[in-house]
Write a protein that binds this ligand. Structure first.
Ligand code: ADP
Ligand code: 5GP
Length: 225
């Protein structure tokens, strides 16, 4: 039987990859869908581990052959989730995490309405800038233009937060990981009452004070959240 699909989106540099690794360490039975991308590997990334790195020609062939659940062009490169990732998770009997941008997330929400969507946001633009800068320095490529683009893109992506069932502010890593773990357990029907409460505080419509404060710091006002 197909497991639960979790859609995770976040502005680049919010700490989504860090958080997803931590949650996978805490919760068994969570597969991670390895996306296809035409961007070049970064730092220590390896083909088949973080991404399947491919060419534009091959990616376009896969689009034409309907091999993607969703795909999008992000920062000038193609990114996509292969349908085969769903088959693999079903074969393993696991739930599946999709780390995808907001364009791809909206496609999956339409085609898989039972998917559980989670938006991760940094506590403020200052923190996001620091994380982007630290990461590019660690990789030996402090690229100011890339940092500026990603900061402005973050504001645009945040406008879509109301489409996600949950919103997680990644301030203290351990706390955000506990919240995401609680969301997974609730979706599985395995949560304790305390875990249920924790997940409920992360429902986007509940507008927690932390969420309000993060949105305000980005100057984002979202109607209906
Ligand atoms: P993303 O996958 O969202 O692009 P990363 O997981 O690569 O982001 O994280 C960006 C940077 O921020 C990394 O250097 C990571 O170590 C750091 N980071 C992630 N989460 C936290 C956190 N809660 N507190 C401090 N630093 C964090
Ligand atoms: P990065 O290049 O920083 O790894 O990722 C850039 C953006 O592409 C992130 O917002 C990430 O979530 C998104 N992304 C990664 N894989 C996919 C995918 O398969 N589909 C879509 N739509 N976006 C993806």
């Amino acid at each position: 039987m197909a497991g639960i699909l979790f859609i995770i989106s976040a502005p680049s540099g919010s700490g989504k990859s860090t958080l997803v690794s931590e949650v996978r360490r805490l919760v068994p039975g969570l597969d991670f869908s390895i996306s296809y991308t035409t961007r070049k590997p970064r730092g220590s990334e390896e083909d088949g581990r973080e991404y399947h790195f491919t060419t534009r020609e091959e990616f376009e062939r896969m689009i034409a052959a309907n091999e993607f659940l969703e795909w999008a062009e992000v920062f000038g490169n193609y990114y996509g989730t292969a349908l085969s990732a769903l088959d693999l998770a079903a074969e393993h009997g696991t739930d599946l995490l999709l780390d995808i941008d907001v364009q791809g997330a909206l496609q999956v929400m339409q085609t898989m309405p039972d998917a559980v969507s989670i938006f991760i946001l940094p506590p403020s633009p200052e923190v996001l800038e620091r994380r982007l800068r630290n990461r590019s320095q660690a990789e030996g490529l402090a690229n100011e233009a890339v940092i500026a683009t990603r900061l402005s893109e973050a504001r645009t992506e945040l406008q879509k937060i109301e489409d996600y069932r949950y919103a997680l502010v990644n301030d203290v890593l351990d706390e955000a990981a506990s919240e995401m773990r609680a969301i997974v357990l609730v979706a599985r029907g395995d949560a304790t009452p305390a875990e249920g409460d924790l997940a409920a505080q992360c429902v986007t419509g509940a507008r927690s004070p932390r969420l309000e404060s993060a949105l305000q710091s980005f100057g984002v006002t979202v109607a209906g959240v």
